[in-house]
Design a protein around this ligand. Structure first.
Ligand SMILES: Cc1cc2nc3c(=O)[nH]c(=O)nc-3n(C[C@H](O)[C@H](O)[C@H](O)COP(=O)(O)OP(=O)(O)OC[C@H]3O[C@@H](n4cnc5c(N)ncnc54)[C@H](O)[C@@H]3O)c2cc1C
Length: 403
């Protein structure tokens, strides 16, 4: 009788995919399975740090590390390639480096920008969804500030931020720290800089109490940010945003236009599965796709339901849950290899911290509200923990935030 090792194929080396691989490597023997990890870059990027690169407080290289540093070559083969098609019934995946077969598939392809069909947004706004888009955002702002020295056009010193969600607020928190430095370098008066954040909802940061939200708003307003809440953006163009205020159209002018208000799961999800909404598929309790016990969908491509029946709502997609989903998937794969029943996922919400630059922030940690320096400290702990959990002590020591 011939004995064949199971082919485990992991797509995406973000928080979800790399957590799966890191845990599988610890729990699965060399003889049990072949693990193949496919990711479009040779590096993993800390997506939760991208706003720092976009605002210019962090070089993009400091927020990434080589995937090779996590891969145990005895157990895992890493293929840098772009996934182009998932053939779920044929149990194959097509990539720019060839076709790969699988017995067990983990889809962890993460998030992309979503502009909800707002005219011109994809064309005229920069985003914060990858190291490349974060660098493009920073470069656009810098170029416009440099242009201002000759143009003297106030538009060149105006920045419009679409969305006062978590990413928008964290980005603004960094901007109010880095722009004064940029202004000084170019002999520009920071008082001439105009930062406007436009949000369609009448309120912001629903995950925090009114008191914490007010703290964040006061912090940003006192540093020059103007908020326009309850204001829908109807279009973006080369001059800025077109918005609706009390049913009246207004034009907001800026040379730097940044869209932070929407993300969705990978567009490959719609092409590969049925019942996918905005790149996310509802998964079963054990994180497999309905009808496909050997296909797991995790991280930002998955809608993991909190509760059952009519009241069930998907958990927000975050790095925190993505890492837990990865670990749970590895556990379930091990159970499957042993011929045992898979287990239901249970989310352990440890809280959320929203940074306001390097030294301030707001958050709820283990049920307790924090703000100011303690929140900033906690944020660094969380950021470092993510590197440590996936990459181990050596990466934690070199890439963590306590250097
Ligand atoms: C600025 C910002 C701040 C955030 N802050 C927080 C926070 O404070 N706390 C928190 O919990 N969450 C935060 N998030 C959300 C968090 O980053 C995401 O929920 C998390 O990254 C999802 O992890 P993932 O592994 O599913 O996907 P990703 O991190 O998106 O990883 C997906 C991986 O798949 C790769 N990939 C994609 N498509 C392909 C393809 N076709 N072929 C091959 N490879 C591919 C990508 O390159 C990437 O490496 C933040 C997000 C942003 C943008």
């Amino acid at each position: 009788m011939s004995y064949e090792r199971k082919k485990i194929l992991v797509l995406g080396a973000g928080y979800a995919g790399l957590s799966t691989v890191a845990k599988l490597q610890k729990t699965i023997g060399v003889q049990e399975a072949d693990i193949t990890l496919i990711n479009k870059n040779e590096y993993h990027y800390e997506a939760t740090w991208l706003h720092e690169t976009a605002a210019g407080s962090m070089n993009w290289e400091d927020g990434v590390y080589p995937i090779a540093k996590v891969v145990d070559n005895m157990k895992t083969r890493f293929i840098p390639a772009e996934v182009t098609k998932i053939n779920r019934d044929e149990q194959t995946v097509e990539t720019t480096q060839g076709v790969f077969e699988f017995d067990t598939l983990i889809v962890a392809l993460g998030f992309e920008s979503e502009s909800f069909g707002i005219k011109g947004m994809d064309e005229f706004a920069t985003t914060i969804v990858s190291p490349q888009t974060a660098v493009a955002t920073r470069e656009a702002i810098e170029k416009n500030f440099i242009n201002y020295k000759t143009s003297k056009d106030p538009k060149d010193l105006s920045i419009l931020v679409g969305g006062a969600g978590f990413t928008g607020v964290e980005f603004l928190g960094e901007l109010v720290e880095t722009l004064p430095v940029l202004c000084k370098a170019h002999g520009i008066d920071y008082n001439d800089v105009k930062i406007t954040c436009v949000e369609a909802m009448p309120s912001m940061l629903p995950m925090f109490s009114d008191e914490l939200t007010k703290y964040a708003v006061d912090f940003l307003e006192s540093r020059g940010v103007e908020f326009m809440l309850g204001t829908a953006i109807t279009a973006a163009n080369e001059n800025g945003f077109v918005v609706k205020v009390n049913d009246e159209e207004q034009r907001l002018e800026a040379s730097s236009v940044v869209w932070t208000a929407g993300v969705r799961g990978s567009r490959l999800m719609e092409e590969s599965f049925e019942g996918v909404k905005r790149g996310r598929i509802v998964v079963k309790e054990d994180l497999t796709v309905e009808g496909y016990p050997d296909i797991f969908a995790i991280g930002d491509v998955a809608a993991v339901m909190n509760g059952t029946g009519e009241n069930a709502r998907p958990y927000p997609t975050t790095a925190q849950i993505a890492m837990q989903l990865g670990e749970h998937t590895a556990k379930n794969i091990k159970l499957q290899l042993n011929g045992e029943k898979t287990e239901a996922f249970a989310y352990d919400d440890k809280g959320t911290v929203c940074s306001l630059g390097a030294n301030d922030g707001i958050g709820v940690v283990l049920g307790r509200e924090i703000k100011g320096k303690s929140a900033a400290f906690m944020k660094k702990v969380i950021d470092t923990r993510a590197v440590l959990k996936i990459g181990g002590v050596v990466l934690g020591a070199t890439k963590g935030k306590f250097l």
